[in-house]
Design a protein around this ligand. Structure first.
Ligand SMILES: Cc1cc2nc3c(=O)[nH]c(=O)nc-3n(C[C@H](O)[C@H](O)[C@H](O)COP(=O)(O)OP(=O)(O)OC[C@H]3O[C@@H](n4cnc5c(N)ncnc54)[C@H](O)[C@@H]3O)c2cc1C
Length: 404
């Protein structure tokens, strides 16, 4: 059969995965992207020397599909958040840390009064429960078809542990406050978090996309223009070029139905001279009546996020409080930490289509080729994450190469 030429629309992580897999398999492709640079949702602005990611985003080294890559250069030089978190209550904080972070944080964890010994033991048991199972097994367990909240209650966690630890942490992951997302999804994320670390590349999250594309050819890239492929018989035409297959890796711009619903995220950035001794841990706000969900200092993890001598504060807002005035948010952070600190507001990012909402059923779906020659890939296949975006791209190319 004559070789088919493929058009990829989108250079987010899904499009990058498709392009890399095509390149490796020797499949001819052209690549279209609306923006002048790759990344899609993985985007960073540099403002006054601060690297501001479009929303708080990290790379999970525990994602099995991406783990091998992180062991190679340049990804190996990416810096890691500590495994664990501060639990912040008005004016007080306590640490919950993984033993791999060293003796001092482990001792602090053992003496943490906010989480009981029984709950600490269950945290370890939960790690064992998820790490002993494959992703497919976790997706299929009938026990995990309930909400995350009911699952955690059924696992025996106290309401204090759920309220102080799981709710603030996972509401920032699921982008919803009540832990109503499927327990299977929770277990898949928890497994990845237990296995690896949350990484930041130098100069911002978009660098990951730049690093991934740096080894690919550039002569077949048509970037900086939104494209609208036109059907012509059994083929597709983009700016006079003809294709057998168009694959949409266009995120929420995907024209094919049914389009999923999305959850939103809001992050505010502030510059300050102090890091309030938060180190490289994420801070979880255990006070449920406030606007702030989580916060951290990305420049403590990867110093290139801020000019020398300054700290970049990244503050995530609860969905119910999106649009909260920046001075109120900064006051709340100070109030929570019980300190007074001058913070200069840098920028707010509200990402309306951050994560597709999945139910337990479509967790198992995979991309497929349509007879029309136009199909799609993206994180809505599998559980919504970079790993699913990546997998779906590879899977699409595997299917396409079988059909060549
Ligand atoms: C705030 C936030 C936090 C997140 N946190 C995490 C996390 O911690 N871990 C995790 O795994 N995932 C996280 N995600 C999700 C992850 O970022 C996405 O799943 C992933 O980036 C989606 O990639 P994509 O390539 O499918 O889509 P996109 O990144 O949306 O890329 C689509 C690309 O297509 C281009 N495009 C669209 N239409 C056209 C057109 N007509 N012509 C040309 N180009 C077009 C767009 O410009 C864009 O570059 C987070 C997302 C956000 C926003």
């Amino acid at each position: 059969m004559q070789e088919q030429k493929i058009a990829i629309v989108g250079a987010g992580i899904t499009g990058i995965s498709i392009a890399r897999a095509c390149h490796e398999a020797g499949i001819a492709y052209d690549w279209y992207e609306k923006e002048s640079e790759p990344g899609g949702l993985l985007r960073t602005d540099v403002v006054d020397g601060f690297a501001l990611d479009h929303g708080f985003q990290v790379l999970q080294s525990g994602y099995s599909e991406l783990a091998e890559m992180y062991a190679t250069q340049p990804f190996q030089s990416y810096k890691r958040y500590a495994n664990g978190a501060w639990i912040i209550k008005k004016g007080s904080r306590s640490l919950l840390s993984h033993p791999k972070e060293g003796l001092a944080p482990t001792l602090k964890t053992l003496f943490n009064q906010d989480i009981s010994l029984g709950d600490k033991v269950k945290i370890v048991l939960l790690q064992q429960f998820v790490s002993g199972k494959s992703d497919a097994e976790l997706m299929e367990r009938p026990q995990l078809q309930q909400s995350t909240l009911s699952f955690l209650q059924g696992f025996g966690f106290s309401s204090k542990a759920i309220h102080y630890f799981f709710k603030p942490w996972f509401s920032g992951v699921f982008l919803e406050s009540e832990l109503q997302s499927p327990a299977s999804l929770f277990c898949l994320f928890y497994k990845a978090f237990s296995k690896g670390g949350a990484l930041l590349p130098p100069l911002g999250i978009q660098q990951f996309a730049r690093d991934l594309t740096s080894t690919l050819p550039s002569e077949n890239r048509f970037w900086g223009k939104e494209v609208h492929p036109q059907a012509q018989g059994e083929q597709w035409v983009i700016e006079g070029r003809v294709y057998e297959q168009v694959v949409w890796a266009a995120g929420s711009n995907n024209p094919q139905s049914p389009s999923p619903d999305y959850r939103s995220a809001e992050t505010l950035y502030f510059a300050a001279e102090s890091d309030a001794d938060l180190g490289i841990y994420l801070a979880l706000n255990a006070e449920s009546t406030t606007q702030v969900q989580t916060f951290s200092i990305p420049s403590n993890v990867e110093p290139s996020y801020a000019p020398k001598g300054q700290c970049l504060w990244s503050v995530q807002i609860r969905p119910e409080s999106f649009g909260a005035p920046e001075q109120d948010v900064w006051s709340e952070v100070q109030d929570l930490l019980g300190i007074s600190l001058t913070g200069r507001f840098l920028r707010r990012y509200t990402i309306h289509q951050a994560l597709p909402i999945v139910d337990t059923l479509n967790l198992r779906s995979t991309p497929h080729l349509n007879s029309s020659g136009s199909s799609m890939a993206g994180p809505q296949f599998g559980y919504p994450s970079l790993q699913s975006a990546w997998n779906s791209g590879k899977e699409w190319v595997r299917i396409a190469s079988e059909n060549q």
